[in-house]
Design a protein around this ligand. Structure first.
Ligand code: GLY
Length: 376
């Protein structure tokens, strides 16, 4: 897709990408044998050692593949392939796996297979997808998110980013069961997670037999009924992805509705999202929510009519330009985007670099440079 950007915006996208590429070429070699989640004093940690089943463990490989597609620099490919191999150990811990197998294997093996046709990567995707299928509750019509006896009915909005694994696997198998499960899940969350005003619930506990709402839980937001900004981003991007993979109009309309709320909320803070749009402490921000939302807004722009496109693209650019102020493009720090926040309620994990911030910031620029291959 070639975007109709102004000369100034195009120059900004290209210059920012070049800074990213220059830095990541160095970091890709320095962190080759790690799966980073965050950086402590500028040095990537290593989730391959700390917890190989951690939900973010696909983002590093995904970031490397984004850079590879645009630059064709073999250093990126080597690091991405290494991270994918390290991730294999997670399959041996099946009892610890969760619904985030989509995040984990779409961006690692899924990207590898889409780019290179690697047959082993394809099998990893199919295997991971079947673990997600196995979490489906056919009576309640939802995919359970986590493990544990007390939360069999818990579903989180983040799951909308995992179900593209089912669309991919269903297409590979040419088997409609995968899309059926993904659509039922997405349809359930329209009813249980998306609020009338365009904000979303993070966690909802659903009845195992009927799928009816038992209670909504605040989760990573301030409290029940508040508006956790990254949850909003998962809904914006997740629903437009479901639209892209199914063509169902209600998914695009939902992505737009949540996007309108998100855009209105970030406009109040110079396009840098607060961690929760309805929390008392307005100084807690989450740059990762902005980066993810920008990707969703660009995909909405790609899927609406030509006279509507600009408002979504402009909002994405405003967010990305505001986030640039939080980027560290020096080689001294392994991470790029600073000031991500894991969760509003916790002291730990506020205003730290998080790997998905780097991933989504890069993915947004990758799209704006005209790269069409979608990893989701
Ligand atoms: N999926 C968990 C999070 O967004 O932090």
């Amino acid at each position: 897709m070639m975007y109709n950007l102004s000369d100034t915006d195009r120059a900004w996208v290209n210059e920012t990408w070049e800074k990213l590429d220059k830095k990541l070429k160095t970091v890709s070699e320095r962190s080759r044998n790690k799966i980073p989640y965050t950086a402590v004093n500028g040095v990537h940690n290593d989730m391959a050692k700390e917890d190989v089943t951690w939900w973010t463990n696909g983002f590093w490989a995904g970031l490397m593949w984004l850079m590879y597609v645009d630059t064709r620099d073999g250093r990126y490919r080597e690091t991405a392939e290494r991270a994918e191999q390290l991730l294999d150990a997670a399959f041996d811990e099946y009892d610890k796996l969760h619904h985030d197998v989509g995040f984990m294997w779409l961006l690692s093996s899924g990207a590898n297979y889409r780019i290179t046709g690697n047959k082993k990567s394809r099998l990893r995707v199919l295997y991971a997808a079947d673990t997600l299928m196995a979490r489906y509750n056919a009576e309640g019509k939802f995919i359970r998110s986590w493990n544990g006896d007390d939360n069999k009915g818990w579903v989180i909005i983040d799951s909308m980013m995992n179900i593209p694994l089912l669309y991919m696997s269903g297409a590979e198998h040419d088997d409609p069961r995968y899309r059926y499960v993904a659509e039922n899940h997405a349809d359930t969350l329209l009813r249980t997670h998306i609020r009338d005003d365009g904000s979303v619930n993070h966690i909802v506990n659903l009845d195992l037999k009927t799928g009816e709402v038992i209670e909504s839980i605040g989760g990573q937001g301030y409290k029940t009924g508040s508006s956790w900004s990254r949850g909003q981003s998962w809904a914006v991007y997740g629903y437009v992805l479901s639209y892209i993979r199914t063509g169902k109009q209600i998914y695009l309309d939902t992505a737009k509705k949540v996007a309108h709320y998100f855009i209105a909320a970030v406009a109040a803070t110079d396009y840098v999202p607060r961690s929760d749009f309805r929390a008392p402490d307005e100084t807690i921000i989450d740059t990762t929510a902005g980066a993810c939302a920008a990707c969703g807004l660009i995909e909405i722009a790609n899927n609406v009519g030509e006279y509507e496109r600009k408002m979504y693209l402009d909002a994405a650019l405003k967010i990305l330009k505001s986030l640039e102020k939080y980027c560290d493009f020096t080689d001294d720090n392994d991470s790029v985007l600073q000031m991500g926040t894991e969760a509003y309620p916790r002291e730990r994990g506020r205003h730290i670099p998080i790997i998905y911030g780097d991933y989504f910031f890069a993915e947004a620029l990758y799209k704006l440079r005209g790269n069409d291959l979608l990893f989701w």
